[in-house]
Design a protein around this ligand. Sequence first.
Ligand SMILES: CC(C)=CCC/C(C)=C/CC/C(C)=C/C=C/C(C)=C/C=C/C=C(C)/C=C/C=C(C)/C=C/C=C(C)/C=C/CC(C)(C)O
Ligand SMILES: C[S@@+](CC[C@H](N)C(=O)[O-])C[C@H]1O[C@@H](n2cnc3c(N)ncnc32)[C@H](O)[C@@H]1O
Length: 369
Amino acid sequence: MPRLHPFRRGWLLRLAATRRFQVWAARIPFVRRIARAKGAALFDVVAGFVNAQVLMALVELRVLHLLQDGPMAVPQMAGLCAVPPERMQVLLQAGAGLGLLKRHADGRFGLAIGGASLLGVPGLQAMILHHRALYADLADPVAFLRDGSDTQLARFWPYVFGAAGAVDPQVTATYSELMAESQVLVAEDTLRMIPLTGVRRLLDVGGGTGAFLAAVGRAYPQMQLDLFDLPVVLEGARQRLADSGFADRLALHPGSFRDDPLPVGADAISLVRVLYDHDDSTVLRLLQAVHAALPAGGRLIISEPMSGGAVPDRATDVYFAIYTMAMQTGRTRSAAEIEALLSSAGFATISFHKGFRPFITSVITARRG
Ligand SMILES: CC(C)=CCC/C(C)=C/CC/C(C)=C/C=C/C(C)=C/C=C/C=C(C)/C=C/C=C(C)/C=C/C=C(C)/C=C/CC(C)(C)O
Ligand SMILES: C[S@@+](CC[C@H](N)C(=O)[O-])C[C@H]1O[C@@H](n2cnc3c(N)ncnc32)[C@H](O)[C@@H]1O
């Protein structure tokens, strides 16, 4: 909506809520276009949960994979997916309606650009499948908002709670794999926004199995790399990084930032998708520890999806805010909120770089004064 004086805005909102105005608007040529667009946008919000479940079925039935080699007829797809043909027809038609599939003139279905792109995004299908947990948590959204103390999502990511030794390595491996795959676009966008030219040694705190450092290592062949994460996670990283080609430049530092000091010696520290897992007091202590570990002039890079704050954002203020709420341990913060925590921890020269895909990441950089 255009910027309006609060009085006019209130008047317009009251008008839009009346049936008579809606009927009038549908008849007037220019206003009709706006009303139609508002209606379509509202319908998308209303129907969003069905769209997501159609997507879930397409991924679970591996429909996109099956169509990778070319279009197929509905009965053949029905046989391969063990779904009755008339119901398969509805699913494929719905997939085409969502722009993931293409309906050909002969009635066969193939991939559309949307579906093909989905296949090419690392880890996206695994992410979609793990949404089952969030979907279950949101089945009764009001109950979730009033008391979200027992959520499936919290159990999905158990060691965000910091129970360093107490976690099953099998669970950790699943977690780390999903994180590492979904890291690829985050690393790409972060490095595109923030050149690390001049950095001699980078410490990635909460770096998981080293996916971000691997991307940094490829882009900056001279840089020394340090990885700090929980011991059980670094066990997985060791195997993954052993044959990465830059093992000689990499040092692993097992520990918990809740209990252990951070290693010193790096002139830059990164926190990629770490802060939003934790509450404000943990984040403040972590930022203070980062401040202490950096030399004067040392650089901090924070990269994660951020709330739009004063300008609410469609992706981060819905998906990531609800997601982190269901995880129970942290929250999706706005750039202003992170900047305030940085100032409290003693950082100076703080700057925000809004992501060109805010649903992937945005970045804040700061320096130790
Ligand atoms: C030449 C002609 C005629 C046409 C050209 C057409 C053209 C240019 C087509 C473009 C095709 C193309 C290159 C498409 C590219 C599409 C891409 C890159 C899409 C990327 C999509 C990414 C998505 C949807 C990412 C989703 C990420 C999610 C859901 C991440 C979730 C992360 C979570 C839950 C993290 C949790 C961490 C925790 C636990 C909170 O700590
Ligand atoms: C959301 S993952 C992000 C991983 C990686 N930076 C990425 O973006 O893919 C959060 C990481 O923080 C680590 N972490 C959580 N609590 C920690 C703690 N107390 N000390 C060190 N690392 C911790 C987790 O093990 C996990 O690897």
